[in-house]
Design a protein around this ligand. Sequence first.
Ligand SMILES: *[C@@H]1O[C@H](CO)[C@@H](O)[C@H](O)[C@H]1NC(C)=O
Ligand SMILES: *[C@@H]1O[C@H](CO)[C@@H](O)[C@H](O)[C@H]1NC(C)=O
Ligand SMILES: *[C@@H]1O[C@H](CO)[C@@H](O)[C@H](O)[C@H]1NC(C)=O
Ligand SMILES: *[C@@H]1O[C@H](CO)[C@@H](O)[C@H](O)[C@H]1NC(C)=O
Ligand SMILES: *[C@@H]1O[C@H](CO)[C@@H](O)[C@H](O)[C@H]1NC(C)=O
Ligand SMILES: *[C@@H]1O[C@H](CO)[C@@H](O)[C@H](O)[C@H]1NC(C)=O
Ligand SMILES: *[C@@H]1O[C@H](CO)[C@@H](O)[C@H](O)[C@H]1NC(C)=O
Length: 452
Amino acid sequence: MDNKDTDAEIHPLRSHDVKPVVNNEIVGDKNETYKKPNWLSRCRTAAFFASLFLCLIVVFAFSFIIPCPVRPYSQRTWIVQYNRARTYAFLAKEDVNQDNIQDMLFLIKVYAKDDLNVTCEDEGFQSPCFLLTALSGTNGSTLWSRFVAEDVQFVECGIHNLGGLESSCCIIVGIPDSVIAIDSQTGNVLWQNSTGFPSNAVFRNPLLKIPDVNGDDVQDLMIFVSLGAQLQSFILSGKDGECIGQNKSIGIASKDGHYIHSTVTGSHYVLMYAGSTMEAYSVRDLFSRSTNEESNPITLQTDPDWEGHTNLSTGYIPIVPISSSGDVRYLMKVPGKYYNNILVVKSEVSELLDGQTFHSLWSVNTTNILSKPALGNFKKDVLSIMMEVGSGNGRKKVIIIDSNSGTIQWEVEINLGSLNPSPATLNTGDHRSFFLFWGEASQDLNYTEEEI
Ligand SMILES: *[C@@H]1O[C@H](CO)[C@@H](O)[C@H](O)[C@H]1NC(C)=O
Ligand SMILES: *[C@@H]1O[C@H](CO)[C@@H](O)[C@H](O)[C@H]1NC(C)=O
Ligand SMILES: *[C@@H]1O[C@H](CO)[C@@H](O)[C@H](O)[C@H]1NC(C)=O
Ligand SMILES: *[C@@H]1O[C@H](CO)[C@@H](O)[C@H](O)[C@H]1NC(C)=O
Ligand SMILES: *[C@@H]1O[C@H](CO)[C@@H](O)[C@H](O)[C@H]1NC(C)=O
Ligand SMILES: *[C@@H]1O[C@H](CO)[C@@H](O)[C@H](O)[C@H]1NC(C)=O
Ligand SMILES: *[C@@H]1O[C@H](CO)[C@@H](O)[C@H](O)[C@H]1NC(C)=O
């Protein structure tokens, strides 16, 4: 079989009328044996040279004619120094200059004109004032910087779909009485307005992003401030910062914190917590309280599953976790299979509540919880929760819990360090995460490596 193939290969190179070499008849017939190649052979040669030529063109095009994409040269380390300035506890990372490398956004309080050739006074602020700065992640060069306020109550970056902008922006609530939205790619002011907060009001973290309520297709913002024991509400237009609604007394006592949850039907609820109690209010209800309007925008819906739990005499939905002991410290979103669940982190027992029915999915002992948990993938594509709980004698236990079952996947006990920053996670390209935590490693640190 093989021979047949090789024969077929060789055959066209031979002349058809090659005479079989018989005995001594070799001499003299040489010219006849190597006749000019026939048409098939010419085609082959042509095809060979044509493809060679094409290959060469491609090679030359890529090596000389088409320029390589210029990659930013990343420095391994860089230092930027600010004299006569103070830091503010805020750092965000975002790709500001679209070079696929994360850049830094942070606030500093500037005391005097220094290397900067603009001053607070130039921008209409009294010195010292706050400067929002974006530094290139590749080499630390300043991408933009802008004076934002004399004092800052709240800052958040990475807010999308504001002012009809595709890219993200930063919102700064300043003192006295200003709210400003800045395009994080250019540093330009998107909009700016006064908040109308009373002067002694305290901004309650976080700022809530709610569906569009004024029909301009841009999501809007809901803000709570506390004045003594009362909560006040403000609704600002995401498009231009205009105040859409404000109520000095929404009839809710000041709480320790709040959290926004979106149900499976896309209805939004604000969960307020204080001590061990949690109450949920629909954004639709809060909107009516803030604007005193009878008709609600169609973007604001209520969820039948949630509404079924409403206590009609109090007007809110009480959320009662299985273990009512301990105070609520944090509420966190934990994405489930079909919808988001709510992790209730309490000072004694933490539990994962089903985002639709409030059933407890699992609970874990978190007596002496030290910090806000962090989410990451300990195993590929399985969401895990990292928590730090104090175990006495200056030591802490770091545990990683499977978010589906609540089982502990990994744990380690280490000494508390002198500083205890919250744990963090970094996602890797292969759908897992690095889990970062701080502490003092002791000699007898015993860690177990698992097959993942
Ligand atoms: C600030 O300095 C830069 C160069 O360092 C210069 O291009 C710019 O014009 C200066 N701006 C002002 C307001 O002086
Ligand atoms: C720093 O990197 C940016 C790109 O990220 C580049 O445009 C700039 O020229 C670099 N500056 C210096 C001083 O290398
Ligand atoms: C601030 O908002 C008010 C309404 O709340 C509006 O009338 C005013 O034009 C806004 N100011 C600016 C500078 O956008
Ligand atoms: C503020 O909210 C309370 C409680 O819902 C309501 O009774 C009151 O009418 C609201 N005020 C305004 C100005 O909307
Ligand atoms: C509604 O809340 C009130 C006051 O907290 C309570 O006394 C009552 O039992 C609750 N009703 C229901 C049906 O849970
Ligand atoms: C939770 O853990 C603490 C020590 O970390 C322990 O003292 C306590 O008894 C535990 N609680 C429960 C309900 O297991
Ligand atoms: C480390 O832990 C493993 C299992 O958790 C145990 O078998 C081993 O003895 C421990 N080693 C030390 C030095 O404590």
